[in-house]
Design a protein around this ligand. Structure first.
Ligand code: CP
Length: 347
């Protein structure tokens, strides 16, 4: 039997990982500690718990970091990753039940997912939202269809509503730099962008941050603040884990004293499904860019972004190219966080 050098997070064993909300705050903290210990101990820290085993990586959408870090995480654990591009090398997949499949989809997830489960030991899936109807996107239809029909654990590689692997790396990066996360002053700030983007990254960052007990400020122009449903859910998480949630449309208070500035653009909740109306509305907020001048107001704050990032739109070169930016470490930590995750799920 394999002997592991690091204690795994047993709560994850054999389970889907669709959101960090699948874990308690203390289980999340244990996973972050495991990821940090694994990073420190080096490539072979976990041994080869995936030897002879496979991880399917199903991509409906493009990726640089998620694809590469999952392939390498699987390889460093002794396993074989199987990346699949849906519609480009595989058949187009249908996920809705009861449809007449006379369109572009050749295969239904009801067959494809259990078939994959006969070959591999876990399935990662990336499936962005349609961005037409927030209530519909909140059902996370593709991710949940995979989870329903899979006989092996499903790992969310960014769905309509969540990007939990990114959130693991995000919180790991803050913990690596600052130590204890409780009551840290963290700001998630909306940034201008030429495209209307999903809510997955900010949703998962806010959730994981509040699960970790930070004091989180979400700063955005009015139409980009989270809606009542999201705020109620996040406030509950804050109350359980000892942190606080604040919302503001004022950048000054959002930057003042912050230890972390996490920038991201996302779709307006008020204009969701109306791309042109959203783009028109945000014309008044093109100066919502993270600049060195704004960073001066922070408490020696670090700049974070999940990447890819648009330079001099979301963030100024002077920030991204400075010591303030931790985005490369943040991206590296995807690898370490996912090794801890895969080992805990599959070992
Ligand atoms: N941050 C992130 O998920 O990057 P990719 O879209 O390149 O995978």
């Amino acid at each position: 039997m394999e002997t592991f050098k690091l204690p795994l997070v047993s709560a994850l064993k054999g389970r889907h990982f669709l959101s960090t909300g699948d874990l308690s705050g203390s289980e999340l903290d244990a996973l972050l500690s495991l990821a940090l210990a694994g990073k420190k101990a080096g490539r072979q820290a976990f041994g080869s718990p995936l030897a002879g085993r496979g991880v399917g990586l199903v991509f409906f959408n493009p990726s640089l970091r998620t694809r590469t870090s999952m392939i390498m995480a699987t390889a460093q654990l002794g396993g074989q990753a199987v990346p699949l591009e849906i519609g480009a090398g595989t058949w187009n997949l249908e996920h809705q039940d009861g449809v007449t499949m006379d369109g572009t989809a050749t295969e239904h997830v009801r067959e494809a997912v259990p078939v994959l489960g006969r070959y591999v030991d876990a399935i990662g899936v990336r499936c962005f939202p349609a961005l037409k109807d927030l209530a519909f996107d909140r059902t996370d239809p593709v991710l949940n269809a995979f989870a329903r029909h899979s006989t092996v654990p499903v790992i969310n590689l960014e769905s309509s509503m969540h990007h939990p692997c990114q959130a693991l790396a995000d919180m790991m990066t803050i913990k690596e730099r600052l130590g204890d996360l409780k009551r840290r002053k963290v700001t998630l700030i909306w940034a201008n962008h030429p495209k209307v983007l999903p809510h997955a990254v900010p949703n998962s960052f806010a959730l994981a941050a509040l699960q970790s007990g930070v004091d989180l400020t979400i700063a955005a122009p009015p139409a980009y603040l989270p809606d009542d449903q999201s705020v109620a859910a996040l406030k509950q998480v804050a109350a359980v884990n000892g942190g606080q949630l604040q919302l503001t449309t004022e950048r000054q208070s959002a930057y003042e004293g912050a230890e972390v500035i996490y920038a991201k653009s996302w779709a307006s909740t008020r204009h969701y499904g109306q791309i042109e109306a959203d783009l028109d509305y945000r014309r008044a907020f093109v100066d919502w860019q993270v600049t060195a001048e704004w960073m001066l107001r922070t408490n020696n704050g670090m700049f974070m972004h999940c990447l890819p990032v648009r330079r001099n739109v979301v963030v100024a070169d002077a920030v991204l190219d400075s010591q303030m930016s931790v985005v490369i470490d943040q991206a590296e930590n995807r690898l370490h966080a996912q090794k801890a995750l895969l080992a805990s799920i599959l070992a």
